[in-house]
Design a protein. Structure first.
Length: 247
């Protein structure tokens, strides 16, 4: 009997926790899992990176929402901050002071919130967690870990653009294959398309064997999410970087 009571208590606690979470998050690339991660891949020349996160009020009542920042790990000299409800806070302020009213069923906009990150010339990955919560009930919250990945991939310079061209991926989002139209110029001796996940880890590399034509990537075994691609020619020239979504 005691075991049954403990089991019912546990199930009630889990159900209460699920029901208490009023918010969900998304980005310009699509939904973000509750308390999940979002990756920002930027070239080494990046000066200031904006991470746009949207908050949806899924509850049946209007909410006053606040946000707080946790610098999980910052590269030396890198600077993290955020803008919320029309105010941009300095790096030494970790929690917003002004709640943002969000009606039931409504979603915030790019003007309501974005994370700010200045790498200050540093290459590598910094991790910043943003937690959005009910101002009247801080336990009712949802968070996202933003990874600012600087310098792993980047938009190519003029020399690289003279070596090859690549189209945007299609279809995007995709479920079984992703296709690129690629054309290698005379100066390009070899080319490879590198695919990375949101953490910046290489998940696959595809050699470009035809100088002009389509490169078709089978992605049916990829997990759902956002992936970044980079076309590299002559071993180290990065022509172009972009992203595609698997659903």
């Amino acid at each position: 009997m005691k075991k049954l009571l403990l089991l019912f208590s546990f199930l009630f606690l889990v159900a209460s926790t699920i029901q208490s979470q009023s918010f969900s998050l998304s980005s310009p690339d699509g939904p973000i899992p509750a308390n999940g991660e979002y990756g920002m891949l930027e070239p080494p020349s990046a000066d200031e990176v904006h991470a746009y996160i949207f908050v949806t009020n899924n509850s049946s009542t209007d909410k006053a929402i606040l946000v707080k920042r946790d610098d999980v790990y910052l590269l030396p000299d890198a600077i993290s901050s955020f803008c919320w409800n029309g105010s941009c806070y300095p790096p030494f302020v970790y929690e917003a002071s002004d709640p943002l009213p969000v009606a039931s069923g409504a979603t915030t906009t790019s003007n309501d919130f974005y994370g700010l990150y200045s790498p200050e010339g540093q290459k590598g990955t910094s991790k910043v967690r943003f937690t959005f919560f009910d101002a009247d009930n801080p336990d009712d919250s949802v968070s996202v870990l933003v990874r600012y990945i600087i310098g792993f991939v980047g938009t190519g310079d003029l020399l690289a653009s003279q070596q090859a061209t690549i189209s945007k991926p299609y279809p995007n989002p995709a479920s079984s294959v992703v296709t690129f139209d690629i054309s290698l110029k005379a100066q390009a001796e070899d080319a490879v398309l590198v695919v990375r996940n949101m953490l910046g880890m290489v998940v696959n590399q595809y050699s470009v064997t035809n100088r002009t034509g389509k490169l078709v990537l089978p992605v049916n075994e990829y997990k759902e999410g956002i992936y970044f691609y980079t076309l590299i020619v002559n071993d180290n020239l990065q022509v172009e970087t972009g992203r595609f979504i698997i659903k």
